[in-house]
Design a protein around this ligand. Structure first.
Ligand code: FO1
Length: 312
């Protein structure tokens, strides 16, 4: 069975672990959000690509959900000692090696797709991990400019997410890119060949929503069986701050509202948690199953429920 999943960071990666456990023989391609990517210290940091790669490859810090297990932050501490303005970013020393090696490969002329394939040779994630695009396309957030009352400024999503814990009211969330991003090589072919496309419980705005902005992806999905899983349970995100993102785009933080936000143009099926039993999405089959990813078995059960709802 050929499965394609669009994914962001922590929630998406955890779901993919369950999916691999549920259908170990499936041919899995993950199309990963790169809107969170940020250039720091001359390096290109790709949070969601790395989170998927580390999680599926066994290198993730399972507590944090991002960065490497057995990590140390000695480099971050030294940067803090210099009063570095970027020391808000959690730069792990082991994770830094990934960013250095990625930069080395990018400087050698490899595309992000090629770099990701090269990094995955080490991690063996057991899936094809593709960036949504090879172009630079970064998510920025429009917030009040505290230095200029009444004015607004755009800050990088990572600064909003990490330094400000998404607490600054977001007046808008924009993908900063030249025109509409082109899909990375293999992205549209993978969707075309898929028996089913899954939307894991990733952030519907800055993860799944960003991938859907890539040229041709929405259209390609139009002809496919697509089943999504709600990242919102009982009116709150399971982790992270998807509610701050949903509020920014005027969508209520509920499983029903997110399903309706995706809509029947995109979705054939929508899984909500048992707490949200009774949610409806016009034109979409909704089922209620436990959606808390407490362990791989729970995530695998969710994956099986999604594939069952897709009828594959
Ligand atoms: N998330 C945090 O909450 N704090 C951090 O300091 C942090 C550092 C970080 C470094 C590398 C990386 O790949 C991810 C990192 N994340 C951190 C997570 C990241 O900001 C988010 O997971 C995604 O960008 C949103 O899904």
């Amino acid at each position: 069975m050929r499965i394609v999943a669009l994914a962001g960071g922590i929630g998406g990666a955890r779901f993919l672990q369950g999916l691999k456990a549920a259908v170990p023989d499936a041919d899995l391609t993950v199309i990963v959000n790169t809107g969170d990517d940020i250039s720091l210290y001359g390096l290109r940091i790709c949070p969601d690509l790395d989170t998927v790669m580390y999680t599926l490859g066994g290198g993730i810090d399972t507590e944090r959900g991002w960065g490497r297990r057995d990590e140390t932050f000695v480099v971050k501490e030294e940067l803090e000692a210099y009063g570095g303005p970027l020391s808000w970013f959690g730069l792990g020393a082991r994770d830094l090696a990934t960013h250095l090696h990625r930069k080395h490969l990018l400087l050698a002329g490899l595309s992000l797709t090629e770099v990701t394939a090269e990094l995955c040779r080490r991690w063996q994630p057991g899936a094809t991990v593709l960036p949504m695009t090879d172009q630079q396309a970064e998510t920025h957030v429009l917030v009040d400019d505290e230095d200029r009352p009444g004015r607004r400024k755009a800050i990088h999503f990572q600064e909003w997410w990490i330094k400000h814990r998404a607490a600054l009211p977001a007046h808008g969330i924009v993908l900063v890119t030249e025109g509409t991003p082109e899909p990375a090589p293999g992205v549209l072919d993978a969707i075309e060949a898929a028996d089913v496309v899954l939307l894991p419980p990733s952030n519907p705005v800055v993860s799944i929503g960003t991938v859907l902005q890539v040229k041709g992806i929405r259209d390609a999905l139009g002809d496919k069986k697509v089943v999504g899983l709600s990242p919102i349970i009982g009116g709150a995100p399971v982790r992270g701050m998807a509610d701050a993102c949903l509020t920014a785009i005027g969508v209520e933080t509920s499983a029903q509202a997110v399903g309706r936000h995706y809509g029947s143009e995109l979705l054939d099926g929508w899984l909500v948690d048992t707490q949200d039993e009774g949610a409806t999405v016009p034109g979409v089959e909704v089922r209620a199953v436990p959606l808390l990813m407490t362990d791989v078995q729970a995530s695998a059960a969710m994956a099986r429920a999604a594939l069952d709802l897709a009828g594959v």
